[in-house]
Design a protein around this ligand. Structure first.
Ligand SMILES: Cc1cc2nc3c(=O)[nH]c(=O)nc-3n(C[C@H](O)[C@H](O)[C@H](O)COP(=O)(O)OP(=O)(O)OC[C@H]3O[C@@H](n4cnc5c(N)ncnc54)[C@H](O)[C@@H]3O)c2cc1C
Length: 369
């Protein structure tokens, strides 16, 4: 019998596996496709919620913990894997937010550095900016990573540490006896026994758990996001710039990533020409010279949406040995390290770095009846 099975080889599953393995458990990851091809590959890698003051405190707490640990994590993973996730502190510049006053207050209360920039100062910071008549709020300490590199570094390090991966292995059902978890059954009918099972199946988590316990709903649903990648040159863009819920991110090699859409279209992860036009129009509005730059790639990913953006982290209320780490919505890259640590603390009986209750599924128990 294995110590722990983690369902889902995205960032959340792999980070959880890392923490559990570090705590002394033997861990196996089961992934229905290839590792890290889902939302974790598709995301922008901004290491902050986009308008951080608009989220519940439970999100801010996880984001802060992860921000304090991200650089060290990226460095350790690079040492262990030889892959540089390109953690880069470039700052997040938010333009024309109508509720910027709330942002200032939030920053003061959370001891987060910010700078108010007048339209003139904006141009000094971001000379290629097209929007020149708005005030800006700069969060200078915000960084980003390149998700695909971060994922590869994480996977390589996990393999070296002895975590087992089974790809092309879709979990179909849970083996539960007298309210206790005994393992899982794959879509091919194979059984794998474990007393501890973690569901980290991203946007698919709600579906996977549906019907397992009629009294517990796990309201995690797919929210599609599309992105464009511009083959731009280094120096064009200095900071992550966010305007009207759209953003551009500068990569170290000069490429610029523009995102993103928010679409509730079920499990359809195809791209659309409407979204391409929308993303192109807003990216060019922010940085006009992107108009002449080749679009190298256009893709879509399915975010694991949750009702308030607070992920579910913790035990299933009705089945002993079953745990959930899902529903990170727009913020799984930044919240991932903290939520993985918190779940590992719960599973191994350690005190958490924060309270467990804000992430509990319990308020949703009964919702499915
Ligand atoms: C366009 C876009 C931009 C984003 N930008 C950012 C950002 O800048 N910053 C940020 O913090 N977050 C961002 N996000 C959100 C972030 O990417 C997600 O919250 C995060 O990746 C979720 O990780 P996950 O591991 O839960 O899901 P996923 O990465 O989707 O992984 C879930 C995995 O579970 C597997 N799986 C599902 N069902 C089964 C099954 N039955 N059996 C086995 N395996 C299964 C899937 O195949 C998948 O690989 C963005 C997302 C998108 C789409």
């Amino acid at each position: 019998m294995k110590d722990c099975i983690v369902i889902g080889g995205g960032l959340i599953g792999m980070l959880t596996a890392r923490e559990l393995h570090a705590a002394g458990l033997s861990v196996t990851i089961l992934e229905k496709n290839a590792t890290c091809q889902g939302s974790s590959w598709a995301g922008g890698g901004i290491l902050s919620p986009l308008y951080p003051w608009r989220y519940p405190e439970a999100v801010s707490v996880l984001a802060r913990w992860s921000q304090d640990h991200y650089l060290a994590l990226a460095e350790i993973l690079e040492e262990e894997s030889g892959i540089d996730a390109q953690w880069t502190r470039c700052g997040l510049l938010i333009l024309g937010a109508k509720d910027a006053g709330d942002g200032r207050e939030w920053a003061r209360a959370h001891d987060v550095r910010i700078r108010d920039l007048s339209p003139d100062e904006l141009l000094e910071h971001e000379p290629a900016l097209g929007i020149r008549d708005r005030d800006g709020l700069l969060f200078p300490d915000i960084a980003h990573v390149r998700n695909p590199r971060f994922c590869r570094a994480l996977k390589t390090s996990l393999l070296r540490r002895g975590v087992q991966f089974y790809e092309d292995t879709a979990v179909h059902a849970f083996i539960v006896r007298e309210g206790r978890m005994h393992g899982i059954r794959t879509i091919d009918g194979a059984e794998c026994t474990a007393g501890c099972v973690v569901v980290a199946a991203g946007a698919w988590s709600g579906d996977l758990l549906q019907g397992l316990d009629p009294g517990t709903d796990v309201p995690v649903e797919p929210v599609r996001g599309q992105m464009l990648l511009f083959r731009a040159h280094p120096g064009l863009l200095q900071q992550i710039v966010l305007y009207d819920d759209h953003y551009v991110i500068p990569r170290r090699d000069g490429r610029v990533l523009a995102g993103s859409t928010l679409e509730r279209v079920g499990f359809d992860d195809s791209t659309t020409s409407e979204a391409r036009q929308e993303l192109l129009r807003t990216a060019v509005e922010i940085i006009p010279s992107l108009a002449g730059v080749e679009i190298e790639r256009h893709w879509a990913g399915l975010r694991p949406g949750s009702p308030t953006g607070v992920p579910f982290i913790g035990p299933h209320p009705a089945i002993e040995g079953l745990y959930i780490n899902a529903g990170h919505y727009r913020n799984g890259v930044i919240l991932g390290p903290a939520s993985a640590r918190l779940l590992s603390d719960m599973i191994t009986g350690r005190p958490g770095f924060t309270e467990f209750s804000p992430y509990s599924l319990v308020p949703f128990a009964g919702a499915g009846t």
